[in-house]
Design a protein around this ligand. Sequence first.
Ligand SMILES: [Zn+2]
Length: 144
Amino acid sequence: MAIKGVFPAALDDPYANEATQPFWDAALRGVLTVSRCRTCGNCLLPPAPVCFQCQGEAFEWVELPGTGTIYSFTVVRHPLRPDLADVVPYVSGVIELDGTQGAGCRMIANIIECDPDSVRIGDKVRVVFDRVSDTYAVPRFTPL
Ligand SMILES: [Zn+2]
């Protein structure tokens, strides 16, 4: 069923690998996590085998508060597929995640439960997880 402003999940499973499965396991628990370099503390999202900042290869998963700031966004008003006609307008944003440091972590996500015309760069948001199956919870963000 189409919900105005909510981009429908295209998948029903994240098809994760061993490097990304912890993120999706946490998402099912309603927790936003990130892979953090044990050497320099840089956070990598998505996780990578080598830190781009210090070339370290040891990482740990840390829980984030789930809040963030809109770094950039766009309002999609034209349905790119016929089945999106009832979904537009929707907001797709780049969210800078609280609890990360340095270059930080930015996540592209659907911003829901908002008036698309009132969304602004710098607005505070928090993550919400849209559970679409037993294995997949889609992270979206909503205004604080
Ligand atoms: Zn590092």
